[in-house]
Design a protein around this ligand. Structure first.
Ligand code: NAP
Length: 251
């Protein structure tokens, strides 16, 4: 049976993998949650929306005759990643995770490492400051316990409902972002503190280097812990893994 891969997407890594698969003539589907209005166009067919938990995904895998699942979701998309593990177990399919390494603190960085979003909220229990809150639209409401701050947000789409802070500004922009742009943004808005997920990769790293240049503290939220998976570091590694799985199965 020829490989027919499901790429769980929503990241630049997923798009790069889809490009590689298309170039190599490997068929597959890229899946999006549907969180943004206009997902980046993919070089493979795409589908949008949740599967209905792990059982729903297992059913989808069988119906779509998927042979391999590649979890290329964002490192903070933990629910989807857990569902993929469970669904692949149910379906008896190989699962690989294409994940970027976490950012590591460098000289000049002033990070306060926190284990999760709730701890980042607690770390903001302090007198009013000007905060660049780079955690994504879905988590904004969790930061409402500290309404004393000004929050600078960066969102992919214009918000459809009122923002949950009395003093806030949303910049509508899709990465990748540059160091000079983020430096100017932080200077223009007189930012005192940056709150960031440890997303890894290059597209969102500019705010970290800009904070370093401006000697600003960064509340850095660690990635959620996930069960052990086959970790793949690049689209080439994914393609090699797909090939090995085929050999292992004798097909
Ligand atoms: P999540 O909390 O792990 O997932 C919640 C639910 O959304 C999942 O159970 C699943 O619904 C659905 N879902 C998530 N990713 C999906 C995908 N690629 N295809 C189909 N359904 C998906 O996910 P999240 O953190 O909200 O992230 C959603 C998407 O945005 C992901 O594709 C991720 O790569 C991308 N993204 C996330 C972040 C972030 O910081 N979290 C940043 C950039 C991009 P069902 O249970 O119904 O299947």
């Amino acid at each position: 049976m020829k490989p027919h891969v499901l790429i769980l997407g929503g990241t630049s890594e997923a798009t790069a993998l889809a490009r590689k698969c298309a170039d190599m003539g490997i068929s597959g589907i890229v899946s999006f949650a549907g969180r943004v209005d206009r997902p980046v166009r993919q070089p493979l067919p795409q589908r949008v929306g949740g599967f209905g938990g792990a059982p729903g995904l297992a059913t989808y895998l069988a119906d779509a005759r998927i042979t391999h699942v590649i979890d290329a979701t964002h490192p903070f998309a933990a629910q989807m990643s857990r569902n993929a593990i469970a669904a692949c177990e149910l379906a008896g399919l190989p699962l690989g995770a294409l994940t970027r390494p976490a950012w590591a603190q460098e000289q000049g960085d002033r990070w306060q490492n926190v284990p999760d979003i709730a701890s980042a909220v607690l770390a903001l229990e302090r007198p009013a400051a000007r905060v660049m809150l780079a955690v994504g639209r879905m988590h904004l409401a969790e930061f409402t316990p500290n309404p004393q701050h000004f929050y600078l947000l960066r969102l992919v789409d214009p918000p459809k409902t009122a923002l949950p802070f009395p003093n806030t500004q949303a910049i509508i922009s899709r990465g990748p972002f540059t160091h000079s742009d983020d430096l100017a943004l932080m200077r223009d808005h007189e930012i005192d503190i940056v709150v960031s997920k440890n997303s890894g990769g290059t597209g969102a790293y500019a705010k970290i280097t800009a904070a370093r240049t401006l000697k600003l503290p960064v509340i850095m939220i660690a990635r959620p812990q996930l069960p052990e998976r086959t970790m793949l570091g690049s689209p080439d590694e994914v393609l090699a893994w797909v090939g090995h799985c085929e050999t292992d199965r004798g097909v």
